[in-house]
Design a protein around this ligand. Structure first.
Ligand code: FES
Length: 375
């Protein structure tokens, strides 16, 4: 089969991938109650707060932080709508423009500092949307194409299929072609514009009411989009309800137990330990985590008490793109909310990337009077 005949299938793989990925991403957020809980390290609040530290749109992110939950809902349902539209080929260009807009914002917010740059998926998604913005959804497995055909039929004109053929093919079957000449035209040079075969089969153009066609397209397309949007809302609602049920059924599965140390901001040097006072060691029970601010850099820090009197602490800035790492007590690991890097609590080493290396360790000590100091 010729490449030109296959070309109308070219957009199907990219539509499938983007459609499935965005639908899954939306449903995953809706099914995860922790995504909306500020105390969870994987919540939208944590992601926005972490991204706001280094992002080039940090001012915007800071301003939006109080509305993080609303933004989380918009992102989740937006991804679901974009995914379904792309998958079905329904309003594909609009879905692709929305997908590119979302990918661009995610790139600026959480992937801008990914190094190398291609380890952040958002820039790849951004460019993956381009063919669909330029060409639409194509004619295969496309609701847009079906809607156009239905509107054409209802408007009283058929969309008879026009098939593209290379001119050599016409020359092969016409029976008049001979060594560059046309025997039907007294041996004149063979030319597509003068071809008697093509001219005899030229489509008969009949006047059509284009206004009716456009109106029918809007009605059928709008009705289809409304039905799909309704189904998406119901699916999203059921997914959210199922996620909450599952979370409440899972005993002992709390999203986080991290507390925040007050910090002293001065070199106290009392009780046999020197450094910057973080707070009472009792604020970090064995097996739990607490967060604090590192005075010298302003970076977020995270501290654990592994066993009685044994503390480890890290700069909580993810080495991938600078989001703030949090503690996931159910898995007993540290997790980056932006791209899912995981780190060992006891050492700070990477369990899984894309973070290129582990967290920067900090030195903390406990004084005899029960306070924690950062060296
Ligand atoms: S910022 Fe990308 S995994 Fe942490």
């Amino acid at each position: 089969m010729r490449a030109w005949a296959l070309s109308e299938w070219a957009l199907v793989p990219v539509r499938l991938f983007l459609g499935v990925t965005f639908t899954f991403a939306g449903l995953q957020k809706l099914s995860n109650p922790a995504f909306f809980q500020a105390t969870s390290p994987t919540s939208i609040q944590s992601q926005m707060a972490g991204a706001a530290r280094l992002s080039p749109i940090h001012s915007f992110l800071h301003a939006m932080l109080p509305h993080a939950v609303l933004i989380g809902w918009i992102i989740a349902y937006g991804e679901l709508a974009i995914g379904l539209g792309t998958l079905l080929g329904l309003k594909t260009r609009i879905a692709a423009i929305a997908g590119a807009f979302l990918s661009l914002n995610l790139f600026l917010a959480v992937s801008f500092h990914s190094s190398p740059y291609f380890t952040g998926a958002d820039i790849v998604f951004l460019f993956a949307w381009m063919p669909l913005i330029i060409a639409g959804g194509g004619s295969r497995f496309s609701a847009d194409a079906l809607i156009a055909r239905a509107a054409a039929k209802q408007s009283g004109f058929g969309m008879s299929p026009l098939v593209a053929l290379p001119f050599e093919t016409v020359q092969n079957f016409c029976g008049h072609y001979h060594e560059g000449s046309c025997t039907a035209r007294s041996g004149d040079p063979c030319e597509a514009s003068q071809c008697p075969v093509l001219l005899s089969r030229a489509p008969q153009v009949t006047p059509v009411d284009i206004t009716t066609f456009k109106r029918r397209s809007v009605v059928i397309g709008g009705t289809t989009a409304a039905v799909v949007a309704g189904a998406a809302v119901v699916t999203g609602f059921l997914t959210t309800a199922a996620g909450h049920l599952e979370a409440s059924a899972a005993s002992g599965e709390k999203s986080t137990t991290s507390s925040t140390l007050p910090g002293g901001g001065s070199n106290a040097g009392t009780g046999g330990a020197a450094g910057t006072l973080l707070g009472p060691a009792s604020s970090v029970p064995i097996g739990s985590a607490a967060t604090f601010t590192i005075p010298s850099s302003g970076d977020p820090g995270i501290i654990f008490q592994l066993s009685k009197g044994t503390f480890v602490a890290y700069d909580a800035v993810c080495p991938h793109a600078g989001c703030t790492v949090g503690y996931a007590p159910s898995a007993k690991i540290m997790v980056c909310p932006c791209h899912g890097s995981e780190f060992v609590v006891a050492t700070g080493q990477v369990i899984s990337g894309p973070a290129p290396h582990g967290l920067t360790p900090l030195t903390v000590s406990e004084s005899s009077n029960g306070n924690l100091y950062l060296q």
